[in-house]
Structure formats: C-alpha cells, structure tokens
Design a protein around this ligand. Sequence first.
Ligand code: SAM
Length: 438
Amino acid sequence: MLLSNRLTRCLALPPLTTTTTLQDIASNQSKGVAKVVLKKGKTQLFRDGSPMVYSGAVDRIIGRPPPKTGDVVLVADGTQKPIGWGLYNSCSMFCVRLMQLEEEVSGDPSCALNVEKLLETRIDAAIRLRKSLGLPSANTNAYRLVNSEGDRLSGLIVDVFGDLAVIASSAAWVEKYKQHIKKCISGLNMIKSVVWRPSTEILKEEGLESEKEEEEDLLCERVVKVVENGISYMISLDGQKTGFYADQRENREFISTISDGQRVLDMCCYTGGFALNAAHGHALEVTGVDTSSPALEVANHNVILNNLDPGKISFLKQDATIFMKNAASRNELWDIVIMDPPKLAPRRKVLQSASGMYRNLNSMAMRLTKRGGFLMTCSCSGAMTQKSGQFLSVLQGAASMAGRKITVVRQCGAACDHPIDPSYPEGAYLTNILLRVL
Ligand SMILES: C[S@@+](CC[C@H](N)C(=O)[O-])C[C@H]1O[C@@H](n2cnc3c(N)ncnc32)[C@H](O)[C@@H]1O
C-alpha cells in the first residue's frame, strides 16, 4: 500500500483526488480546442500573468480546422503542456487574450474554457470590488464597474450612470459575446437599460471592419442625471468616451477641498467636472474653457442643476492655446489652474512630438498661475504615463520656459474603480499631478 493511502486511512481523510487539468477538460469537449504553442523562452511572461499573447511569442498553432477569431484556445508551452486558456484573434497583433491560467483551473475548474461562466464570475467579482470601495453610494452613482484588464476582462469596459450602463467594447471576443454580456449587465439589480458602444477604430485593428455603430436599449434616454461626490451632472450619451470621465472623480473632489476663496481656471473642462467642484468648494470665481459646444451646453446645464451662482461660474468656447495667450496678454492670473487636455500621444511613436505640445500647454498654464498658486495638470496618454519620469521632465521643461519654479505636491492616477493589473502596465494611462508654481 502506498504511504499516502496508509496515511489517509489513519487520519480518516478522504482519498487524495487528482486535480483537473485544462488538457482533461479540453479532451472532454465535443468540439476540439486548438492549441497556441509559445516559442521557447516566451512562456514565463504569460505564466506571470501578462494577459496579451502577442503574435511574436507564438511558435505554432495546432488544430484542425484552425481557430477563428473569438474562439477559445489553449495556450501551451514549448512541450505543448497548457499554461492557460484564452480567446483567439487571427488578425490582431495580440493573438490571444489569456483569460485563465492552468493553476487557477486546478483550484476551481468551473469556468475553464467557458466564456459565459467566466464573464458571470468576473462581473460578479467586479461588483464586489466596487461595493467594498463604497460604490455606488448616496453621493456617487457614476462609476466604472468593469475596467478591462484591471478586472481581467480585457477589451470590456462598463461605466454605470445611475440605472444605466454604457458598455464599451474594444475586442473581437467582446463583440462575439455581446448578447451574453448585455444579458449579464442588464440582469443586475441596479441596471434598467444598457447602451453598447463599440470602439470602432480599435475594433478595426481586431479585424472587425464594418462594426455597427452604437446600439442602445430602446427605452433609453439620450441624457441621464447622475451624482458624483454629491454634485449632480447631466451626462449625454452622445458625449465623449462613455459620456463621462469617471476616472477623475477623486482628483475633482480634491479640487473642491482647496478652492475656498480662490480664483479657478478649468482648461479643457468638458462638462465642467473640475469647475463644478471648485464652485462647490466655495471658489470666488470659476472659468471653464473647452472647444466642444455640446460639452459646454451640458456644463451650463450642470450649473443650474446644482443651484450654483452663474455670476461666479462661467464657461467659454475657445481653443485652449488662444485663450491662454489672450489671458497672458491681459496679465490675468488665477490661484488654481487645471489643465486636462485630450490624449495628445495616442501611440508611443508620437510621444516625442506630443511631449512638445504638453510642454507648451503647461508652460502657458504656469504663466497664468499666481506665484504660490497651484496647477493641476493631467495627461491621459498611456505612452506618457508608462514612461517613468517623462511627464515630470516635460513639466520641468515647461517651468523653465515659463521662467517659474515648480514643486510636486500630489501625484495621482485614475480613481480606485479603475483597477490596474500590474502584469499589464499598459492599463495605466492617466497621470494627474498637482504642482505648486512659484
Ligand atoms: C480629457 S477631456 C477633459 C475632461 C474633464 N476635465 C472632466 O473632468 O470631465 C479633454 C477635453 O479637451 C477638450 N479639447 C480638445 N481640444 C481642445 C482645445 N484645442 N482647446 C480646448 N479644449 C479642447 C475636449 O473637448 C474635452 O472636453
């Protein structure tokens, strides 16, 4: 008798069970599961959790017929032993989005190779995380419920605005499982309607050329009212991104805490998030500037919604550079300036030229900041955020250009409902830095 069996008997424990492997589960499937075999020396990165298997890491694909985009595949090491499973794409530079690793499956095989079950489990985990972060609350019902790789659902974003969910899809597999995802989200207690918002440009890179435009629930209004940090907002579903920049929630709240009695300028203000927080924090006077008329229309509506004094908060449609040049020529100064431009470096390749744009914008913003005042400056370019020290060096360059001295007072990113997987640092895109400008 084996020693382990003898011990089991002595201790009256149940007999040792064999663990379920991905290979066993795949072998039991009626339809064959293709295997994506990694090149020698390329396995560890993915064993360590990196979710995106790039085509350069793939040695060969075993399976007849070959897998199609959106199919479940096994990802295996050079000896063909599975290390995990994921969703295949025949066009994208990311060949597989890894969904689960072998050791997770041996712990709990219930979701293995089962996209529907995995979606339910991961969405449930995302809800529990937000609940433990206090979201939603009486003060905030606009937040990110699913943050792509950060919630281990690469390519899927869900923003919740009250009882409406906006689902942003940027992966072929997300489009394939659209009906199931919509069913999962619309089945949540707090959700009454859903809007499906495909990221058309990114989906082209996923091989989905003619993806349909936004689809909405027929009962859904184009405008919804939400509350964030106790401030009410209208959100237009025709607005930018999902309609609202929930990522800046904590940074906006911080502005309200330092605005008492201050003159505040909100550059690239969109629907007035920072400006409204400054006014709520008893700023003396607030000006918001943006080039988008629809966004400014909503911003003005938000002033009324919050019973703020329209004599103290106003919005102007103008290009940021033109506004700042004109203000400098009038020698205008503000105690607090916020600079939150659109993504100026959409790709790593253009980071160099974008750095020049960030430097110029920030230099102008520093010139408009009173000595001893604050500049809250942001970059939502992933390429900038991920290159360590780059934004600070750009800001130092801007300060030299402006003839000012700066110190860093606070450094933040997106709000806590935007979790990041450290195995996928590309998920970190937002940098928000508060500078004291001397
Ligand atoms: C990242 S969003 C700002 C989000 C905003 N701070 C908030 O908290 O909701 C960037 C904004 O810059 C605006 N924008 C783009 N180009 C601009 C320009 N040349 N001058 C001024 N605003 C511009 C866009 O319309 C958009 O509203």
